[in-house]
Design a binder for this molecule. Structure first.
Ligand code: HEM
Length: 130
């Protein structure tokens, strides 16, 4: 199976796990004070719902959809708006892969590798718009 298909199936299993998004933000926020500083005024329940779609957009891009949605994310995360510096995406990816490994019952090193591969391609688009 190719990486985008491995990830699509893995994401389905993660979304079925009730605390997946709670655990992701726990991992992500504890990964760095720089990350925590960005979310001081955020409505976290709303943010978790937005992230569900955000991850899906990364997965769909890897399956061949045009980058339109990722370009919009690039704009909102750019230096003029949320000002998310490119190095912060390393924390994001590490937190997400760690959370997948905790929640996907079929997680293997191959699944983690597929996630990193899929995320890297979409994140390149977002970082390019910084
Ligand atoms: C907001 C997705 C990476 C910080 C958002 C939103 C989405 C999203 C969908 C909602 C508003 C919008 O559309 O812009 C993603 C995805 C990421 C990512 C898919 C990875 C590729 C990051 C990183 C940071 C970050 C690395 C760094 C700390 C924020 C902040 C907000 C936000 C501060 C606004 C929260 C608020 O409303 O207070 N993100 N994001 N994001 N994101 Fe990201």
């Amino acid at each position: 199976m190719k990486a985008p298909d491995i990830v699509m199936q893995s994401y389905g299993r993660c979304c079925a796990s009730a605390s997946f998004f709670d655990d992701f933000y726990q991992q992500f926020l504890q990964s760095s004070p720089e990350v925590r500083a960005k979310f001081t005024n955020t409505d976290m329940p709303a943010q978790k719902l937005l992230l569900r779609q955000g991850i899906l957009n990364l997965v769909l891009f890897s399956r061949g959809l045009p980058p339109t949605k990722l370009q919009a994310l690039a704009k909102s995360h750019s230096r003029e708006n949320l000002n998310i510096q490119p190095h912060l995406y390393t924390y994001w990816v590490d937190a997400l892969v760690r959370t997948v490994e905790l929640h996907d019952r079929q997680a293997t090193p191959e699944v983690s590798y597929a996630w990193r591969d899929v995320l890297a391609k979409g994140i390149e688009v977002i970082q390019a718009g910084y």
